[in-house]
Design a protein around this ligand. Structure first.
Ligand code: ADP
Ligand code: MG
Ligand code: MG
Length: 902
């Protein structure tokens, strides 16, 4: 095009030169404007300055060589095409300057419309528009306002005040009532504001306006809010933004002009139909700014049938082309339709599934693509109960959906009060400006947490997600007054004890108790909704996608379940076995007494008696679990926590002993217990006498468990329900530990199993870093590995989870030290590397070694992809996460197979 351009420093692209796949270079907006141009849709001509130019500018603090010339060349071409030149006093070309990064983000510079207007060209514009003075001055005042605010950081309220003042003087609230003279006066007022704040007159030179606006877009990439947002959303900091320069079209030329936004389907439900808003006689930003009331897009049919029909045709075309829901922005200038933006539109979780299903039906995408377009986070959202919102419930505030769920309860303002009321059986919502580690007990006691400050990574958000508790953070319309025990929102006062409802998915806050309804998706998984026989688009779409995910995935999905009930539920959710059955609960409740006897046993006989009493109880527990999981593998972990956890707390025992002594009662047993608790006290129980260490120190403990497992397996198998037990030894760090346990266990198993045909595997958890690093040795003694990524994360980072999440994770997230808690999503580089090493070296030593994961990461979408890549055989997660893991395992399979078609 222009002479200065060479292939390696092309900074400016005409819309006709780009396409939708160039988003990295042209930003989302520019790439899609180019795509529409090439589809032959009516897009006003223009050009895009690349992200490369932005990056070069930000690196050096000045426009890169060649950029000015290229802009000039493209501007000249644009002027020629439009038959007007920028800011020409008689017949001016005006342009908009629009930022457009790869991802849209708050804090980036907004659009400046009407660039090129000045004291002289405003007259020309009026003439051009048929002596429409009102229109010309309205456009000019908008330029000064937008330019002042976004390019020169003049406080926007000052302009708004001046506009309100002008309306008041005229005795109106509608900006359409301001005539040309009023607007001319407003321009003068705006110029004074501009001068006051910038120390200079509003720039009259059109090219200077353009250059300043472009530079401001570049610089806004590093605006504080944009930087913070990128960090929180894990958007790379080095992408840069593109700048679009677009010939202006005018929706404010009179009643036959206007502007609007639309979606090609309902982004809330996915339903087909016409969804949009239109505003006559207005310019772009008015629609969203809510200055005047918009009308539903359907009204346009009555106002301007030709444009309406054309628009619907274009929308259908865009959907067919992008094969997805699109949102669009358009303007009508005196009956002529112009397309100003399109993109694949955001949607709710439900709409994502429904639309993916519809598009498959319409033949636009295949099932792989449908699977690719939904994700586990969306599915998880759909599995929470929801508020049943009919029109009587309007949100009073909207914050950030920080931890999903729907919670109602009485408002409290302090942690102490939350604990008190919860103890009385009340559901409470803890409301704070922001939370801190002192609020922890209140957060545990509350049904939900509501804060007026902070984002997705605030203390409240991080801790609530860790606890699986509903949380709305940063609802800044709420004014919290803790000492007065009330908050004010929307002019209303909510006091302690009043009921509110919070939606941790949408971030919406309601006054009063909103009824909650169960998730249809959960009902479907539980088997109580049959997708073939109900008219529910969401359930049918979920069914379809899940069926496809199951067909495609390589990873098996098991569940963590400690009881028959959990096992049965998880099985309905699609679990293919148990990956972690903890045995700790088998030592609780009325069995504590036996544990006390075990700990206090003075002789080997006493100890054996206690163990013998525990044996039938454990066997019965295993029988129940093996029955529910008949035909599928069940990994049972031998007892893991330190034994003193099963004894009463020290303080309580000390008090009991003192009180009993006072009464002159016999306290021999309590005193012995107290002494044992004192003796067994550990400074760091997490790193103390637990796991395999316990089994090696307390004779007969593991043996009893192994016997119970083997006997239960034989009993269930004899009853016709094949049991496949896998005994898992926790906390192994050295192969010698495992060998010792295994030698003893194998003897017992051989004795119990006899000729029943039952096979019992013996394997180990890999959860101590040393185990991961010596996996080759350990594999010699292990028939399977199961990665305990919770402990591996704790010990890999040296984090005590219970302490760190509440104490400082929010700060680490805020500082960007990590983008997400390593307990939520596996740290691929560190902890993940340990997993990878252990998987490779374990399999090298023992080909075919069965590998799984049983930490909470097994149900985390991103981590599931990682475990697929590393080549594990299965993931195991809580019953509720099983469908999420199935879905993500399917997605991981199609993505690594290269069938990712987007
Ligand atoms: P955002 O990313 O905030 O939507 P846009 O760059 O899309 O910002 O612009 C904001 C508004 O200005 C939109 O409604 C758009 O339609 C309107 N607009 C942008 N460029 C032009 C133009 N050349 N002519 C008329 N209206 C425009
Ligand atoms: Mg837009
Ligand atoms: Mg562990």
């Amino acid at each position: 095009m222009a002479a200065q351009e060479t292939a390696d420093n092309k900074y400016v692209y005409d819309f006709a030169e780009g396409n939708k796949d160039l988003k990295d270079l042209l930003g989302g907006k520019g790439a899609n404007l180019a795509e529409m141009t090439n589809l032959g849709l009516p897009v006003p001509p223009g050009f895009t300055i690349t992200t490369e130019a932005c990056k070069a500018y930000l690196a050096t603090g000045r426009e890169p060589d060649g950029l000015a010339g290229q802009i000039e060349a493209h501007l000249v071409a644009l002027e020629r095409e439009m038959g007007r030149s920028l800011g020409d006093p008689q017949d001016p070309l005006l342009v908009s300057v629009r930022s457009g990064a790869r991802f849209s983000m708050p804090g980036m510079m907004e659009t400046v419309l009407n660039v090129g207007l000045n004291d002289r060209s405003v007259v020309g514009l009026s003439a051009q528009a048929g002596q429409n003075d009102r229109f010309a001055w309205d456009s000019y005042r908008r330029l000064i306002q937008m330019f002042g605010k976004t390019v020169c950081e003049v406080p926007g309220e000052e302009f708004e005040h001046a506009l309100d003042e002008a309306k008041r003087a005229k005795g109106t609230t509608n900006d359409l009532d301001l005539d040309a003279d009023d607007l001319r006066g407003l321009v003068d007022a705006y110029k004074k504001i501009f001068l006051k704040h910038t120390g200079r007159d509003f720039p009259q030179e059109p090219r200077e306006q353009l250059d300043l606006a472009i530079r401001a877009v570049f610089e806004s990439w590093n605006a504080e809010r944009a930087v913070l947002y990128r960090r929180q959303e894990r958007i790379p900091a080095d992408l840069g933004t593109a700048v679009n320069v677009v010939a202006m079209v005018f929706g404010n030329l009179g009643p036959d002009s206007g502007t609007g936004v639309a979606f090609t389907r309902d982004p809330g439900s996915g339903a087909q139909g016409i969804y949009g808003d239109y505003l006559a006689n207005a310019q772009g930003e008015d629609v969203v700014a809510g200055i005047r009331n918009t009308v539903p897009l359907q009204e346009l049919e009555r106002l301007d049938k030709k444009s309406y029909d054309e628009l619907l045709g274009i929308m259908a075309r865009l959907e067919g082309h992008y094969k997805d829901l699109c949102d669009i922005e358009f303007t009508i200038e005196r009956g002529k339709l112009w397309m100003l933006q399109t993109r694949v539109g955001k949607r709710t979780a439900a709409a994502a599934f429904v639309i993916a299903g519809q598009l498959v039906d319409e033949g636009l995408i295949d099932l792989d693509e449908a699977l690719h377009r939904v994700n586990g986070a969306q599915l998880a959202q759909l599995m929470f109960p929801r508020f049943q919102l009919d029109h009587e419930f309007q949100p009073v505030a909207k914050g950030i959906g920080a931890s999903p769920g729907a919670a109602s309860g009485k408002v409290v303002f302090t942690s102490a009060r939350a604990v008190e009321l919860a103890a009385e059986g009340e559901a409470v919502i803890l409301v704070r400006r922001e939370t801190n580690p002192d609020d922890l007990n209140g957060m545990i006691a509350a049904r939900g947490i509501l804060t007026s400050r902070g984002g997705k990574t605030s203390h409240a958000a991080v801790v609530a997600r860790g606890m699986g508790k509903t949380c709305v953070s940063g609802a800044d319309e709420i004014e919290v007054n803790v000492p007065a025990k009330r908050f004010v929102v929307d002019g209303r006062t909510v006091s302690e004890g009043d009921v509110v409802s919070i939606d941790g998915t949408t971030g919406k806050v309601y006054l009063g108790e909103v009824p909650v309804m169960p998730s249809e998706v959960v009902q479907y998984f539980e088997g109580s909704l049959d997708p073939e026989h109900i008219d529910n688009a969401l359930v049918r779409a979920v069914h379809r996608v899940m069926t496809h995910a199951d067909a495609k995935r390589r990873l098996a999905v098991r569940t963590n379940a400690d009881t028959g009930t959990d096992a049965a539920r998880a099985r309905r959710f699609g679990a293919e076995g148990i990956g972690l059955c903890r045995t700790e609960h088998m030592f609780l409740g009325d069995r504590r007494e036996l544990v006390e006897r075990l700990i206090l046993a003075a002789t080997a006989t006493d100890r054996q008696d206690a163990l013998a009493a525990l044996l039938p109880l454990q066997r019965a527990d295993f029988v129940e679990i093996f029955r529910e999981m008949a035909g599928l593998p069940v990994t049972v972990r031998l007892i893991d926590p330190p034994l003193h956890e099963f004894l009463p707390p020290l303080e309580q025992l000390a008090v009991n002993v003192a009180v009993a002594q006072e009464r002159g009662e016999d306290v021999a047993k309590e005193e012995a217990l107290l002494a044992a608790v004192r003796r067994m006290h550990e400074e760091n129980p997490m790193l103390g006498l637990r796991g395999v260490r316990l089994g090696l120190v307390i004779p007969g403990l593991f043996a009893m468990q192994v016997r119970a497992i083997a006997e239960a397996a034989v009993a269930v198998t004899r009853d016709g329900g094949a049991a496949f037990p896998e005994i898992m030894v926790p906390l192994v760090g050295a192969v010698q530990e495992l060998e010792t346990v295994r030698t003893e266990a194998e003897k017992i198993i051989a004795e119990v199993v006899g000729d029943s045909g039952v096979e019992v595997l013996i394997g180990t958890m890999i959860e101590v870093p040393r185990a991961a690093l010596t996996a080759g040795q350990i594999a010699e003694a292990a028939q399977f590995f199961s990665f305990g990524t919770n402990d591996l994360t704790q010990m890999g980072w040296g984090f005590s989870r219970d302490d760190v999440e509440g104490a400082f994770f929010w700060r680490y997230l805020e500082l960007g030290i990590f983008g997400i808690s390593p307990f939520e999503s596996i740290d691929r580089d560190g902890v993940g590397r340990l997993v990878r090493i252990a998987a490779e070296e374990g399999r090298a030593a023992r080909p075919g070694l069965k590998l799984g994961v049983c930490g909470e990461h097994g149900g985390d979408p991103d981590s599931v992809h990682f475990f697929h890549e590393v080549g594990l055989d299965y993931v195991s997660c809580s019953p509720f996460r099983v469908p999420v893991a199935r879905l993500e395992a399917g997605r991981a399979a199609i993505e690594t197979d290269g069938s990712d078609s987007r």
